[in-house]
Design a protein around this ligand. Structure first.
Ligand code: ATP
Length: 257
């Protein structure tokens, strides 16, 4: 029987429940893999400990990520089922803001059907070309064995900056070895993705992408190339990881209750 849940904005965990609902709907529609639901659960746990907010070090990382994306010659946004279910509209907006970027699909739990559904979902929000779909245009990243080894010759393969919201560690490390600059979103500062990225945004994707768009629009209007380079060059990713870990360990959020 179809379940119907009413979510009220007054609920203290409204946004978290909304994200769950989006993922469950995505799962029922075939966009999200069952494993994607579990991965989200791991993220929720870290989000809880971070106080379900964007901490200062993540704000800084978002600013640096915005500058790096604006400086890139050819940035690629890598997407999967969870990213689609949670923020397809925002990812399409981000892509439009950047102007010289493109979107590429990569599914760990690949099925042709899921790929098609995700591609249709992006089309609904105005994306005209999604890389990573044409089998004749895919090539393998060295040292990776799963479906994650594939990249598009005209997408990630050519990119200088790859934005990986919700990526798996092996693939992030492999992309780094291809000399890509990696910007990641992952609530877990200890994941291999966070540890191996150039810019690690330790925050929930649903909060990050709107901030990122806002920041990019601001920097586009108000910063010179020299200023963008300064923002990127002074950044210390280890400091971001350390600060988020310190907050997780300090249980500061408990004080708010
Ligand atoms: P890695 O392979 O990088 O070492 P992992 O094996 O823990 O990490 P996966 O299982 O590939 O990672 O993916 C789950 C990761 O995604 C978790 O680290 C989790 O914190 C993160 N995550 C899940 N949902 C979100 C979300 N909404 N926003 C940000 N991060 C999320």
């Amino acid at each position: 029987m179809e379940r119907k849940i009413e979510l009220h904005e007054s609920h203290p965990r409204y946004l978290s429940l909304l994200a769950r609902e989006k993922l469950v709907t995505g799962f029922k529609r075939g966009i999200v893999a069952s494993e994607g639901l579990i991965a989200h659960g791991r993220g929720e746990c870290f989000d809880y400990l971070l106080g379900e907010c964007t901490i200062q070090s993540s704000r800084d990382a978002i600013n640096v990520a915005s500058a790096a994306l604006l400086l890139a010659n050819y940035p690629i946004i890598s997407i999967n089922g969870n990213v689609t279910a949670l923020c397809v509209d925002q990812i399409c907006r981000l892509n439009r803001s950047l102007e010289n970027s493109a979107v590429e699909i990569n599914l760990f739990y690949y099925t042709k059907e899921r790929e098609k559904l995700i591609s249709e979902e992006f089309k609904k929000y105005g994306l005209t070309r999604l890389f990573g779909i044409d089998p004749n245009n895919l090539e393998s990243i060295p040292e990776l064995e799963s479906n994650r080894r594939l990249v598009d010759r005209d997408g990630i393969s050519k990119a200088d900056v790859v934005f990986v919201p919700l990526e798996d560690g092996d693939r992030t490390i492999a992309l780094k070895k291809m000399n890509k600059k990696i910007i990641s979103i992952d609530l877990n500062p200890l994941s291999r993705t966070s540890l191996s990225s150039d810019i690690s945004i330790i925050d929930n994707i649903v909060r990050v992408v709107p901030h990122l768009i806002e920041n990019i629009e601001y920097l586009k209007k108000n910063s010179t190339e020299q200023e963008l380079n300064y923002i990127v060059n002074q950044f210390d990713n280890k400091k971001v990881l350390k600060e988020s870990l310190d907050i997780l360990k300090s249980s500061k959020t408990l004080i708010n209750f």
